[in-house]
Design a binder for this molecule. Structure first.
Ligand code: 3AM
Length: 178
């Protein structure tokens, strides 16, 4: 099964993000219930391994923290856009939580994640999106932000890949301390 660790978003925040849908040719918008912040992609694991991962994640102790979304942006490769996202201001508690998740997974024998962490909420995916179109879209939503919201847990997700796009199933939530 395909797993990742993320932070779920409150319904009102997902609703605000839902208002950003549309106005971008060739974009496949993420369904509101799938909107999340990825902390650590795990990938395919043999069935049964999720129990060990769950056990390891459940031992993590970390404080809750506020987050706010601001500034839209995109990921591209050779000037072709493949994802449009809402960014997250750097948050020390979030970075420390991510480090604890990373440590727990590496202890279980997973490969360390070498890619730089760029916290974001993917809003849309594109195949070969035009940078000019995306720039116009971003300009139209210039100044987008949400007020801060409290992050009280992180979640182990299972990703079900299907023809209509991925669907994410929350397998377990792990509470953060107040
Ligand atoms: O949170 P977002 O939507 O940015 O793109 C995938 C998605 O990211 C990413 O993990 C999240 C849940 O599927 N993902 C997929 N394959 C990946 C890989 N090989 C990956 N992240 C890193 N390495």
């Amino acid at each position: 099964m395909r797993l990742f660790v993320g932070i779920p978003l409150p319904e009102d925040v997902r609703a605000r993000l839902g208002e950003l849908k549309g106005g971008l040719l060739g974009a496949r918008w993420v369904e509101p219930e799938n909107l999340h912040l990825s902390l650590r992609f795990i990938g395919e694991v043999p069935g049964g391994d999720e129990a060990d991962i769950d056990e390891a994640l459940a031992t993590i102790e970390a404080p809750g923290f506020p987050l706010a979304l601001s500034e839209l942006g995109f990921f591209d490769r050779r000037r072709r856009v493949h994802a449009v996202w809402a960014g997250i201001g750097m948050s020390e508690p979030m970075v420390r939580l991510r480090a604890k998740v990373e440590q727990a997974l590496v202890r279980l024998g997973h490969e360390p994640e070498h890619r730089k962490f760029k916290p974001h909420v993917t809003l849309a995916r594109m195949k070969n999106g035009s940078a000019a179109d995306v720039s116009r879209y971003l300009e139209a939503h210039n100044g987008f932000s949400t007020g801060p919201f409290d992050v009280g847990c992180f979640t182990l997700y299972r990703s079900h890949l299907g023809h209509g796009g991925a669907h994410y199933e929350a397998l377990a939530d792990y509470g953060l301390e107040n």
